[in-house]
Design a protein around this ligand. Structure first.
Ligand code: PMP
Length: 362
């Protein structure tokens, strides 16, 4: 078997080894078709089976109600930052955003290109160490929508429950925690996520959208940036990223075989606890970045006493087979991303390495 690193990359990130090996087996010739899946038409029956299997598995695993469409688009979650306002707010309307960290800020910047953008709540004054309480949210009932970022990948904070927004459409950027736990899709008008953390390789972006929101935009919008274009064509309006969708389908099968969304949550809680326990039991040697109630199960962020020690930690961790533990360049510190496919053994090894590093340097 391949010599696999302890992979804590933030995205693209670890994929299940079983999936990689199956893809390797099927790479040159897909199911007696005489060619690789990447060599065939996206309009043919062989590819279409994979495409719709992925749609249906997502529906099943997230218990997506019948009045929602699942779309596969390109351009990453970053393109959704623009598609959301382009499609869902008419001229003169305002939209509300929860400012929780680096990714929410990017979504807000993009929204401002399209009209009045209000901040329903912000934790900026607390260096984005926490997710605002639902009771802090303050937005007008006539906003086009309220947008939140369910997991802030860089700061390592995560919403534990979502607001009931009544008649206001709730939108969730779930790029870094989709299918890591069960969610109530019906609370949201739109959920979007790049696949490259919990669902597969990069190249495909998932949009789950309530059917009544799939309308002709009230302003001219390029065809490829319209939800109705992709919804009408079952995400086959143009050439989809066929290999990324194939890989995602295999990851979805793996998630199903491992207990679905609830199974993922149980695994993810167990993994996160190992690292947070190593932080909390370190007498302040490791300092968790996020406030306790806002800690992410996906991205565990922490710091050491000084940058020099952090550099030493990264260097020694790399020498011991760990990859991806350096924090994002914008906030520094350290970060362990422990998405669905990161094995428990990797996390156990990290917790052990952390204790060893502390005893050598504490
Ligand atoms: N939102 C969140 C929460 C993210 O973590 C990321 C990627 N790290 C993005 C948006 C941007 O995604 P993409 O690179 O697919 O555009």
């Amino acid at each position: 078997m391949a010599n696999r690193a302890y992979n804590f990359n933030a995205g693209p990130a670890a994929l299940p080894l079983d999936v990689l090996q199956k893809a390797q087996e099927q790479f040159v010739e897909f199911e007696n078709s005489g060619m690789s899946l990447m060599e065939m038409s996206h309009r043919g029956a062989v590819y279409e089976k994979v495409h719709f299997e992925a749609v249906n598995l997502l529906r099943e695993l997230l218990a997506i109600p019948d009045n929602y469409k699942v779309l596969f688009v390109q351009g990453g979650a970053s393109t959704q930052f623009a598609m959301i306002p382009l499609n869902l707010r008419g001229p003169g309307t305002s939209a509300a955003y929860v400012s929780t960290g680096s990714w929410a800020t990017k979504a807000i910047q993009e929204a401002k290109l399209f009209g009045e953008t209000t901040i329903a709540a912000s934790s900026e004054a607390d260096s984005y160490k926490r997710i605002p309480a639902i009771s802090e949210l303050n937005y007008s009932s006539d906003v086009a929508y309220l947008h939140l970022t369910s997991n802030e990948t860089i700061e390592g904070t995560q919403w534990t429950e979502f607001p009931d927004t009544g008649s206001v459409t709730l939108i969730g950027d779930m790029s870094s925690d989709i299918l890591s736990r069960p969610i109530d899709v019906s609370k949201f008008g739109v959920i979007y996520a790049g696949a490259q953390k919990n669902l597969g390789p990069s190249g495909v972006t998932i949009v789950i959208i309530r059917e009544d929101l799939i309308v002709k935009p009230s302003v001219p919008v390029p065809t490829m940036l319209r939800y109705d274009t992709h919804a009408k064509a079952d995400s086959l309006y143009n050439t989809p990223p066929t290999f990324a969708i194939y890989m995602m389908n295999e990851v979805l099968k793996w998630i199903k075989a491992n207990g679905g969304a609830a199974g993922m949550e149980a695994r993810n809680r167990e993994k996160a606890k190992l690292i947070y326990d190593a932080i909390d039991g370190s007498n302040g040697f490791y300092r968790g970045f996020a406030e306790a109630g806002s800690r992410s199960l996906m991205n565990v962020t922490f710091t050491l006493a000084n940058e020099e020690l952090e550099k030493k930690f990264v260097k020694e961790s790399e020498a011991n087979g760990f990859v991806g533990l350096k924090g994002h360049r914008s906030v520094g510190g350290l970060r362990a991303s422990i998405y669905n496919a990161v094995p428990l053994e990797s996390v156990q090894a990290l917790a052990e390495f952390m204790r060893g590093f502390q005893s050598r340097n504490g």
